[in-house]
Design a protein around this ligand. Structure first.
Ligand SMILES: Cc1cc2nc3c(=O)[nH]c(=O)nc-3n(C[C@H](O)[C@H](O)[C@H](O)COP(=O)(O)O)c2cc1C
Length: 260
């Protein structure tokens, strides 16, 4: 099936995208200018200072997720993208995000503070963070779970309005989703301090994290749908200057609702 995703597009743009895809299979070199093909190579540099997240207030400890008791085989076979969603509680969302982004172990004495989490990450660097967008399109708030202390942080948009702008785009993608939007932001400088040609690692880290998030959510009885949009609005509103932080994906999480 060509272009199976549901990223919004007119039939004309869909046809054009499919034509490009068809061409690239017969002529791979033509595509190499736009496709990331450089092999990352480890290098030894000093890590950058930790990201200065714009924390307005610490709201408290991250709630714990329910036990994941469902058999993995069943969760994998039943996992689906769910597009009809009702609003989850903030507790359910934070517990899910905490579950997939919390440090489980930090390598002692390592200047990069390499860590183990439930998701894999190139070099155990975990450069991708999840920002939770709550509220509506009129007024949105951004939350983050600190992976070290497991605290929930209320973030301040240095350039207000980005989170709300991104939320206005959701109905275009998923008209029946009343869920909570999550945005993935990557620390390009961190991975660039450990690898030459780091960008493909960031994309793969984001993919691994999204897959882990979706499977974990399914195991917890929540529904999710990944989105084609990236979330630049939120990267820019939280970090208006510099190019250290890049938006690498978004998804919606909620309670699955049966068709009316
Ligand atoms: C990177 C990525 C982006 C996606 N973007 C969208 C999207 O914008 N809208 C949507 O409805 N589904 C989106 N999806 C979900 C796919 O359409 C879905 O995974 C596919 O149809 C297979 O269905 P399943 O996940 O239920 O197995 C996306 C999936 C991925 C991996």
């Amino acid at each position: 099936m060509c272009c199976p995703g549901r990223t919004p597009a007119t039939s004309r743009t869909l046809r054009a995208a499919c034509a490009v895809g068809a061409k690239s299979t017969t002529s791979p070199s033509r595509n190499s200018a736009t496709f990331l093909t450089e092999e990352p190579r480890p290098i030894v540099r000093f890590p950058p200072p930790p990201i200065a997240w714009p924390v307005q207030r610490v709201l408290g400890a991250c709630p714990e997720a329910a036990r994941l008791d469902a058999p993995l085989g069943r969760v994998l076979l039943e996992r689906r993208s769910i597009r009809r969603l009702s609003a989850p509680s903030v507790r359910e969302v934070l517990a899910l995000v905490g579950m997939v982004t919390m440090n489980r172990l930090v390598k002692a004495g390592d200047p990069f503070a390499r860590s183990r989490r439930v998701s894999p990450s190139a070099g155990a660097l975990h450069p991708v963070s999840i920002v939770v967008l709550r509220g509506g399109r009129a007024r949105a708030t951004a939350l983050r779970v600190d992976p070290v202390g497991a605290h929930v942080q209320l973030l301040r948009e240095r350039e207000p309005g980005g989170a709300a702008r991104l939320l206005t785009r959701l109905p275009q993608y998923l008209p029946q989703a009343r869920g909570t939007m999550l945005v993935l932001l990557a620390d390009r400088q961190l991975t660039a301090a450990a690898y030459r040609s780091p960008d493909s690692l960031l994309w793969r880290d984001a993919g691994a994290l999204l897959a882990t998030l979706q499977i974990t959510a399914a195991g917890l009885g929540l529904g999710t749908c990944l989105l084609g949009l990236l979330g630049h609005e939120v990267a820019r509103s939280l970090f208006p200057s510099g190019n250290r932080i890049v938006a690498v994906g978004a998804c919606v999480v909620g309670r699955p609702t049966p068709p009316a």
